[in-house]
Write a protein of this length. Structure first.
Length: 64
């Protein structure tokens, strides 16, 4: 799922993006681009729940 330009969305936009991705069982979420995405948005993106059976391994995920 693509969420748009990082510096042109609100906190509510990020929350709705995460909620929709979870509801629609998206395999991943993406915001363009990392340099312009506000630091507070990353905390919201970390709220994405892990997929069932996900080992949690890997360097690129945003989950804690």
């Amino acid at each position: 799922m693509l969420g748009g330009l990082g510096d042109q969305v609100t906190k509510d936009d990020y929350r709705r993006f995460v909620e929709t991705g979870h509801r629609e069982l998206a395999l991943g979420l993406s915001i363009y681009d990392y340099r312009t995405t506000p630091a507070g948005a990353l905390a919201i993106l970390r709220e994405v729940p892990a997929a069932a059976g996900d080992s949690g391994e890997g360097d690129g995920d945003l989950r804690d």
